[in-house]
Design a protein around this ligand. Structure first.
Ligand SMILES: *[C@@H]1O[C@H](CO)[C@@H](O)[C@H](O)[C@H]1NC(C)=O
Length: 244
């Protein structure tokens, strides 16, 4: 940048370039940029890969979903090719991933907050300084009051209201009863990117492969560590080039 100024032909389009461009004053240090890259890595990588692995296991456990997903993707790609706009039209892919994130989170809690000063709710409940509070993710996502038949993995659950329910149901939209990306003012700002990545990968998998589990239909149990969970690390998903 010192040499070329703000813009030049091969200027990279990547995170570190954006960080260098935005840094002001004392932020303009290698240490600052390195810490920010590490923070983003920590926030973005295992979350997307864990969520996608859960979805892949759901797909492999329920291979009957491959055909409708494949059909949707192919119809859209044939007309419009691969683009952000065409990804947005993949409603079944979106609903599948959303149902997977409803069913399996990164743990049973979300939206961790630490009270930096006492906070009083409208009902009088006081959260003293230093207390941690969380949103009960699994309990909410598996509550029949919000999700009928909550223990059923119903991949197209979020398409049921039809277009009337439209954008409200998209995976990127957070809600009181859908908190994998948090909710409110500090909802995950990377979710639009993460959703595009996961949709691209799922669309690629269903249009390229047939998948199933080693033990057909038996989704191996998740691994729990305290409130955190991850897909079963020894689960095997079998891939073969698609036959139809
Ligand atoms: C992973 O799944 C296998 C069965 O497929 C099970 O024996 C094992 O306990 C699971 N691992 C964890 C950490 O739950």
């Amino acid at each position: 940048m010192r040499q070329y100024g703000k813009d030049w032909a091969e200027k990279p389009k990547d995170m570190i370039t954006w960080l260098i461009e935005d840094a002001q004053g004392e932020e303009r240090t290698v240490r600052n940029w390195a810490l920010r890259v590490l923070t983003v890595n920590f926030a973005a990588i295992h979350t997307s890969s864990t969520s996608f692995t859960h979805a892949l296991l759901h797909l492999a456990a329920n291979p009957h979903y491959i055909a409708p997903l494949r059909e949707e993707v192919e119809e859209i790609i044939l007309k419009e090719g691969w683009s952000r706009a065409s990804l947005q039209k993949m409603r079944k892919i979106d609903s599948f991933l959303k149902e997977s994130m409803r069913y399996n989170g990164l743990g049973c809690l979300s939206m961790s907050r630490k009270a930096l000063k006492p906070f009083t709710f409208s009902d009088g409940t006081v959260i003293p300084t230093g207390t941690y509070v969380f949103a009960p993710q699994t309990a909410t996502h598996h509550d029949g009051e919000y999700y009928p038949d909550p223990e059923v993995f119903d991949a197209f659950r979020f398409l049921k209201g039809g277009e009337a329910n439209g954008p409200k149901q998209y995976l990127v939209n957070t809600a009181d009863d859908f908190v994998p990306f948090g909710n409110g003012k500090h909802a995950c700002p990377g979710r639009f990117f993460a959703v595009n990545i996961m949709k691209t990968m799922l669309a690629h998998v269903v249009t390229t492969y047939d998948v199933k589990l080693e033990k057909e239909g038996e989704r191996p149990p998740d691994r729990w560590i305290g409130p955190a969970s991850a897909p079963n690390g020894s689960a095997k998903v079998l891939f073969r080039k698609r036959q139809v």
